[in-house]
Design a protein around this ligand. Structure first.
Ligand code: SF4
Ligand code: SF4
Length: 425
């Protein structure tokens, strides 16, 4: 990374020594897991470039946008509507929480038995290693699971720009009303932050940009149904991860270019793995950058991942916002309707998630499902048991995995995954 970036990081208040250590681990991991893959599509070159500049060029772009008067809004969850942020000329970034960092410091503020995702959110802040977090004019928390909603009470003291959104727990008319009123409150907060009044035309533009981004990843998801698989699960996961912080228009064009290439591969019957390789659908907790452990183990065990029922995957992208309403109220209704379809495990009951896993299993022609849960994540772990029962009753092989961001259990996980893959052959 260039000297200019070091000045930029210093200006953001990062701990340069700790940040160097983080980038070095990230770089090595990336080299080992991604760049060593065989027969990758050329279109992945763009995403490799994005990763190589993950704390460089993209952060510079954010700072340039800020210098031009735009505001940067960070989010931890799918329920924060990017459409509203874009409508006010803001930039939204996902704040990745996929690695252990400054865990001891985080555990001074959080119980040890907190999920790795929440601990990572604190660790990145306390360790001063995330240029995205430090660039935000507003950080949006959401009252989803109990862990997150209580964590934001303490997190609010670490940052001076936390905005907390309330969330329904049931998919009832009252739940929808709550979500809608929270989205109006968020719209007002974004207007106040940016000084921009959002009207229907602006919101329509925001909706179009995000819908196009979702359409591109939907196209990618469909192409993965081919056998042989034209792209590895690791690479597809990376695209889904970059979805959260790249410039949305550039990202959309790059995913569509990748899809053009994958279509040609499919026509020529070319793939990254041999035809007939056991096919896995991953389901469960989100896998934020750089949480690549389980996918790397699965694909290193002779299987290919063909879909992600995850927030870093189809849970966040399979539905679009209807853009036909003529006024702001109608469009806000459409935004509420779209986000209300997200089947996060915080909802009770949550039957649409099991249905979605069934649908995805057929659509991507998976042979089996691996349900991934982070330790201490009650919503997903509790839901995993009935999901496993229902899928098994329908003759679908399922394995439940529980693991955090450390690599200590990699050997044990590999043994279990290999046994599962054998079963699918
Ligand atoms: S799992 Fe639920 S709470 Fe977590 S990011 Fe996804 S939607 Fe948000
Ligand atoms: S839903 Fe689970 S993984 Fe997500 S923040 Fe809550 S406990 Fe952690």
């Amino acid at each position: 990374m260039s000297e200019d970036y070091r000045k930029m990081w210093e200006g953001l208040g990062l701990d340069l020594a700790a940040h160097d250590a983080l980038l070095s681990v990230l770089g090595q991991g990336y080299q080992q897991l991604f760049l060593s893959q065989k027969n990758r599509p050329a279109g992945m070159g763009y995403f490799d470039f994005v990763m190589s500049e993950v704390h460089g060029l993209r952060v510079k772009e954010l700072l340039d946008a800020k210098a031009a008067g735009r505001k940067v809004i960070g989010a931890f969850c799918l329920f924060v509507p990017e459409e509203i942020v874009l409508a006010a000329d803001g930039v939204m970034v996902g704040l990745c929480t996929g690695a252990d960092f400054a865990t001891e410091k985080a555990e001074e503020l959080l119980p040890r038995n907190t999920c790795a995702l929440i601990k990572s959110m604190f660790g990145f802040k306390l360790g001063r290693v995330c240029p995205y977090m430090e660039s935000c004019d507003m950080i949006v928390g959401e009252n989803t699971c109990d862990g997150k909603k209580k964590a934001y009470e303490s997190f609010g003291a670490l940052v001076d720009n936390l905005y907390v959104m309330d969330m329904p727990q049931m998919k009832s008319p009252q739940g929808r009303d709550l979500l809608k009123s929270e989205y109006y409150r968020f719209l007002k907060a974004v207007e106040e932050l940016t000084g921009v009044t959002i009207d229907a035309a602006r919101l329509k533009k925001g909706i179009a940009v995000v819908n196009n981004k979702r359409k591109a990843v939907q196209r990618l998801a469909k192409l993965r149904a081919a056998d042989p698989a034209p792209i590895s699960g690791l690479d597809a996961l990376l695209v889904n991860q970059i979805f959260f912080y790249d410039d949305p228009v550039r990202f959309t064009a790059s995913v569509n270019a990748l899809c053009d290439e994958l279509e040609q591969r499919i026509t020529k019957n070319e793939g990254v793995f041999a035809a007939g390789t056991p096919r896995i659908l991953m389901a469960g907790c989100p896998m934020a950058v750089p949480n690549w452990k389980v996918p790397a183990i699965v694909e290193g065990s002779g299987a290919v991942i063909v879909g992600e029922e995850s927030c870093i995957g189809e849970r966040g992208t399979r539905t679009l916002v209807k853009d036909s309403a003529p006024d702001l109220y109608g469009l806000m209704d459409a935004i509420t309707d779209r986000y209300f379809t997200i089947d996060c495990a915080i909802f009770t009951p949550n039957p649409s998630r099991t249905e979605h896993i069934h649908e995805m299993k057929s659509a991507c022609k998976a042979d089996g499902v691996i349900h991934y849960g982070l330790p201490f994540c009650q919503p997903y772990q509790m839901e995993a048991i009935p999901i496993e029962k229902k899928l098994t009753a329908n003759g679908i092989p399922v394995m439940r995995l529980e693991t955090d961001y450390s690599s200590e259990d990699a050997g044990q996980l590999k043994t279990r995954v290999e046994a599962f893959v054998e079963l699918l052959k």
